[in-house]
Ligand binder design. Structure first.
Ligand code: UDP
Ligand code: MG
Length: 135
């Protein structure tokens, strides 16, 4: 059993896609270990994505991720990190397979509906960000 951190991003919440995405999560045998609904401040979004600081899309990404409510979830199953990234598809929805969440729901490369941690170590850090002491 492994944990990963998922986010249903503001574009998906705003378009009322939370139910269908959670349904896909459960259909793919993830258990939901924790869930939180919140809106990030710009400072919090900047901290969450600090690894991307300096990249051309960073400022816009921070503004978008703090633009509305999001759902953060702890997902649990075997190979949770890789399996969740597989279900999401790649960052660019145009390159994503037909059954992936990003292909089905993303608007564009930025507003790509879902987030997933990229390794077990990142998952632990991101779970702490949303669910740890003082989160
Ligand atoms: N992003 C973007 N433009 C890019 C690359 C990324 O707007 O050229 C956004 C997009 O929302 C992406 C997030 O920044 O999900 C984080 O980028 P990363 O490369 O970590 O992609 P992910 O791990 O989300 O697939
Ligand atoms: Mg990433």
């Amino acid at each position: 059993m492994e944990q990963t951190l998922a986010i249903i991003k503001p574009d998906a919440v705003q378009r009322q896609l939370v139910g269908v995405i959670i349904s896909e999560i459960e259909m793919n045998r993830f258990a939901i270990g924790a869930i939180r609904v919140l809106r990030l401040s710009a400072d919090q979004a900047a901290r969450f994505y600090r690894e991307h600081q300096g990249k051309p899309f960073y400022e816009s990404l921070v503004a978008y991720m703090s633009s509305g409510q999001l759902f953060s979830l702890v997902l649990e199953r075997d190979q949770a990190v890789d399996e969740w990234r597989r279900l999401m598809g790649p960052t660019d929805p145009a390159k994503a397979g037909p059954l992936t969440l990003r292909r089905r729901f993303a608007i564009d490369m930025q507003r790509n509906s879902v987030h997933g941690a990229d390794s077990p170590a990142t998952a632990a850090r991101e779970i702490d960000f949303f669910f740890g002491e003082g989160a």
